[in-house]
Design a protein around this ligand. Structure first.
Ligand SMILES: *Cc1c(COP(=O)(O)O)cnc(C)c1O
Length: 386
């Protein structure tokens, strides 16, 4: 079938939830992906900041192949070695004590909020405007976009308060004796690559410590090296009570998780939470391969070096249409003075995949393995198109 015939199947049979780019991708290698017509693209989007090792990474592919031949799924009723080994390996690199395996970002956040409510026995969650925490009903309530809530108003849970991002006074005003948790992204992703002041997370931590409120960082997008440290909250020198993760964790396999301190984690007992698929051997084998590659290939060093270079090259672009250039590591955005959708199309036609978020922010979240040469290629095309 050709591209048009395949896309028609989506039109005819899929529940209508996405505005998709009109290409059918077939295979990839490193930072390049190729569609079924043989057109090659430089992938500056990495499946929404997911493919941290790029496409077809030999170690990741081999880990998945080898595990698939042994066991794919067993349920959480039995132990599996990859998930056990991974838990220790990951937690040893963080300030947390315990893990829960989930399957997606929304599900990780859903579980984290349940944990905070159980731990505190309280009923209110503070989150931020323009945040994104997922599409389940509860994570939607935490997501600071009124327009997403609107159609589901009838079933939206109570107790969710959205306050402006990077505004510590707004958090102080919202905190009260019912507050169970404050959930924030260390850098807002979908909201337009918004980097907070260096003190913001520290101030939140202080408020949480003083009031026995659970401090949850949503690192679904910022985690796994995206911002140049394994987790972005490290940049802000804080020790949250709970962290959620997903996107980059398995290099592309669907996986998520919650990390928590011993104190907060202890609130859950068997029956409080669960999952059929979470922490299965296949995805855990992939996650182990990702973490090993981070060490063997010094991925974080590449993020810092290439990320800094990328940002400085973008800042050199001298265009009327650019309102702001911002980001950390390889989570970078250009805010335009007008809607960005047409530039996404033009760049795709020129062989570059990017995305536009928040209406006018071109977002670049390439594989963490991207090279300076590939950045040069991209910035040149962007310069011409803008
Ligand atoms: C993508 C994202 C989510 C939701 O993850 P899903 O896997 O799509 O459920 C939650 N939080 C943040 C910060 C995200 O970027």
């Amino acid at each position: 079938m050709n591209t048009q015939e395949l896309i028609k199947i989506e039109d005819d049979y899929f529940i209508n939830t996405f505005t998709r780019q009109p290409i059918v991708l077939d295979h990839g290698d490193g930072c390049k992906v190729t569609d079924i017509d043989g057109n090659e693209y430089l992938d500056m989007f990495a499946g929404i900041a997911v493919n941290c090792l790029g496409h077809n990474h030999p170690k990741l592919v081999k880990a998945i192949q080898d595990q698939a031949e042994k066991l794919i799924h067993i349920s959480s009723i039995y132990y599996n070695e990859p998930a056990l080994v991974y838990a220790k390996k990951l937690i040893d690199k963080t300030s947390f004590d315990r893990i829960f395996y989930a399957n997606s970002g929304a599900e990780a956040n859903e579980g984290a909020i349940k944990l905070a409510v159980k731990y505190t026995g309280k009923s209110e969650i503070i989150s931020t405007v323009d945040s994104f925490h997922g599409r389940t009903i509860m994570t939607l309530a935490a997501t600071g976009h009124e327009e997403y809530h609107e159609p589901f108003k009838a079933v939206m849970p109570k107790g969710f308060i959205n306050v402006p991002y990077n505004d510590i006074e707004a958090i102080k005003e919202a905190v009260n004796e019912n507050t169970a948790a404050i959930i924030v992204e260390p850098v807002q992703g979908e909201g337009g690559v918004n980097v907070p002041d260096i003190e913001y997370l520290k101030e939140i931590q202080k408020i949480c410590n003083e009031n026995d409120i659970v401090f949850i960082v949503d690192e679904v997008q910022t985690g796994f090296g995206r911002c140049g440290t394994l987790f972005a909250h490290e940049l802000f020198d804080v020790k949250p009570d709970v962290m959620t993760m997903a996107k980059g964790i398995g290099g592309g396999v669907p996986m998520g998780g919650i990390l928590a301190t011993e104190k907060v984690a202890s609130a859950f007992v068997p029956g409080d939470h669960g999952t059929t698929f979470g922490g299965g051997p296949l995805v855990a084998a992939a996650a182990n391969a990702v973490l090993d590659a981070f060490e063997e290939e010094d991925i974080l060093a590449n993020v810092n070096e290439v990320g800094e270079y990328f940002l400085s090259e973008l800042k050199k672009l001298d265009k009327e249409i650019i309102a702001d250039v911002r980001g950390v590591g390889l989570m970078v955005g250009i805010e335009l003075t007008k809607p960005g959708a047409e530039y996404v199309d033009k760049l795709r036609e020129a062989g570059f995949l990017i995305n536009c978020t928040s209406g006018n922010v071109l977002r670049f979240v390439p594989p963490l393995t991207i090279t300076k040469e590939e950045i040069d290629e991209f910035v040149k095309a962007l310069d011409e198109i803008l």
